[in-house]
Design a protein. Structure first.
Length: 645
């Protein structure tokens, strides 16, 4: 008997936009719970913090005023969004904001001196990568990594290996990272100074690759001012962008997240004075650039926020000015959050800072429709920091950790009611959903959180069209509905002797929940009753099967009369599927076998060679196999029967 069971398990798929499906760096997406909150907490600037774990960004103000940095920080949370530790490139602080280690080689003259990457296959180990600068008066230490073990110091973590060198010197202070195409490993991407070399280090369960993948692409990063500016990977890992402050330009490259190669440089003209902050839109079709005058106490030119359309045939001919600073604020780092919005750091100068961040509320939308500091038609809707302050930088995160879909959904096993949710609800008046499944049922009309029961197993390109201020914006995501597992006991009922036991097994699955509370692949039972097991397949769909276990004895009559209307055939009283390899033999008083049957349903009718056997006592023997233990067990029983006439 099959019992269908379903479980609501939160999951995330990557997505597609405008009738084209984006490459999915997690092609094995299933219904399994997949939290991705590693970038859900930010600490930066002058004691500032943000918490995204609720789904909306909230300013954190309870942290002590001990952690600050003028440039990008490194912050790591676990997959549930619990803060683990953070770094400014010099010190590592634990989640209690106490210094765990002092003496890293990251330098403040670098734009991105630190980034934290988990060690694949070990949720307790993390690598803190740092980049030094030739400006360091104590000597340029190059590119290094430090390993943190979070299982130590009562869960607060400890450094187990510090400042292991990868490159002796000569780095340009830019670090970014994305996941490998296999969805498990990572790429750390760095760049040399006075060179056009990109260095991509693969990070796997075995550790950090000894030798990087070296790509010569784009221009050489030389000159003091080319230490300024960012390098960012796109969330889907397909592109790299670099801003070069000294050259007043940006460069966009292809990145192969399978091989680690950087190629196809697209170099802008030198039209972007003060090129600094960079960030990709969540759908990987837009690139944003912020500019600032970094060198003068009083800026000699205003900061500008640009948008580039990466789908354009000529990206730099399609440049759009989103905003120009008119209030003396200088635009700093840009960073995508897991809420689908891009946040911008800003500061008046090195000593006068900002109490808020600017926000690009809808970065997938073109031109000023991206709603810079504009929410619900109201201008100036910035993100307040609750009394803390912004500087030039924001956290430098693994870009794959902010690769969230435009909409999320949970429960996609056959027969589930799938619940959808817009990840970014900013500036949405209405939304219509097309599930591409006209036979589906259980639809609800809540445009922010609709539901749908898909009609059958398969893949569906679900599309949502958002409406805001009279304009429509469409986004699509591939949703796969998975079949349920089919556990099979093989029988609805199984029989055991009293005092014996049997092993119940339904094959190999990902997980088991037995009615006995056990979670192993098989169980031993010695008592009669109804037993069931729920099994989980590789897509985290669940289903169940049940079986009845009953006692049996093989009962043999001690007499029979062939002419009787009731007891006219000598055979055992036993369920037909209780035994295997059955054999019944009848012997006369001289020990001669006079009858044999291998069919438990065919008994002796009191005949010898098709003639009626005489009245008297006859001996019998039965051999069979039971379904006991880890297979079958041979059994032999004997006795006598009185043949009546």
């Amino acid at each position: 008997m099959k019992i269908k069971t379903t479980f609501l398990l939160f999951s995330f798929l990557l997505f597609a936009y405008d009738a084209s499906v984006a490459q999915n760096p997690f092609p094995d997406h299933t219904n399994c719970e997949r939290e991705m909150m590693e970038a859900a907490r930010w600490y930066f600037g002058v004691y500032a913090g943000m918490d995204f774990t609720s789904g909306e960004a909230v300013a954190e103000t309870g942290q002590p005023d001990v952690f600050q940095t003028p440039i990008n920080s490194g912050v790591m949370s676990d997959s549930s969004g619990n803060l683990l530790f953070l770094s400014n490139g010099k010190q590592i602080y634990n989640r209690s904001f106490t210094v765990m280690y002092d003496g890293l080689f990251g330098h403040y003259s670098c734009t991105q001196p630190v980034i934290i990457i988990p060690k694949p296959g070990n949720d307790q180990r993390y690598y803190v990568f740092t980049s030094d600068s030739y400006r360091n008066i104590e000597g340029d230490q190059g590119l290094n990594y430090t390993e943190v073990d979070m299982s130590q110091n009562f869960g607060q973590g400890s450094v187990i290996q510090a400042n292991s060198n990868l490159v002796p010197s000569g780095m340009d202070g830019r670090l970014t990272a994305v996941k490998h195409a296999n969805g498990e490993d990572f790429w750390l991407i760095a760049h040399r100074l006075e060179s056009n070399e990109f260095l991509a280090y693969r990070i796997s369960q075995g550790g950090i690759a000894q030798f990087p993948v070296i790509s010569n692409a784009g221009s050489a990063h030389d000159g003091d001012n080319d230490l300024l500016g960012f390098m960012k990977a796109s969330p889907d890992g397909s592109r790299i962008a670099v801003s070069l402050y000294g050259n007043s330009s940006i460069e966009i490259f292809n990145f192969d997240n399978e091989s680690g190669a950087v190629s196809a440089a697209n170099i802008s003209p030198p039209d972007f004075q003060g090129a600094y902050g960079l960030e990709f839109s969540p759908d990987n079709t837009k690139l944003y650039l912020s500019t600032l005058d970094y060198t003068n106490f009083i800026p000699t030119f205003p900061s500008i926020l640009y948008q580039f359309d990466l789908t354009s045939a000529d990206i730099f001919a399609d440049t759009r000015v989103i905003d120009t600073s008119t209030n003396a604020f200088r635009f700093g780092a840009l960073q995508l959050g897991i809420d689908g919005r891009i946040y911008m750091a800003k500061s008046i100068n090195a000593t006068s800072h900002s109490d808020d961040l600017s926000v690009i509320y809808n970065p997938n939308r073109p031109d000023t429709l991206c709603n810079f500091d504009k929410l619900g038609g109201t201008e100036g809707m910035v993100f307040g920091l609750g009394g803390k302050q912004s500087y030039w930088g924001l956290p430098n995160v693994v870009q794959s950790f902010v690769d969230w879909p435009h909409f999320t959904y949970d429960s996609v096993c056959d027969g589930d009611v799938t619940i959808f949710r817009l990840n970014n609800e900013a500036n949405v008046d209405d939304a219509s959903w097309d599930f591409k499944d006209p036979s589906g049922t259980s639809n609800t009309v809540d445009f922010l959180n609709p539901t749908h029961m898909f009609s059958e197993v398969g893949q569906y390109l679900v599309e949502v069209t958002e409406t805001y201020d009279g304009q429509n914006f469409s986004y699509s995501e591939s949703v796969t509905v998975y079949p349920l597992p089919e556990p099979e006991f093989g029988f609805d009922t199984i029989y055991i002797f009293k005092g014996d036991y049997t092993r119940l097994n339904v094959g190999v699955w990902s997980a088991y929940n037995w009615s006995t509370g056990e979670t192993t692949q098989d169980i031993l039972v010695s008592e009669p009753g109804t037993y069931w097991v729920e099994v989980q397949n590789g897509q985290c769909c669940w289903n169940a099967d049940t079986i009845e276990v009953v006692y049996y004895d093989l009962y043999m009559p001690n007499a029979f009369r062939p002419s009787s209307a009731i007891n006219n055939e000598f055979k055992p009283a036993v369920p037909l599927n209780a035994v295997q390899d059955y054999r019944l033999q009848i012997y006369d008083r001289w020990g001669q076998m006079i009858f044999e049957s291998r069919d438990i349903g065919t008994g002796w009718k009191g005949e010898i060679n098709n003639e009626a056997a005489p009245f008297g006592v006859y001996a019998w023997r039965i051999d069979y196999q039971t379904f006991s233990d880890e297979g079958t067990r041979p059994v032999t029983i004997t006795g006598t029967v009185m043949l009546l006439r």
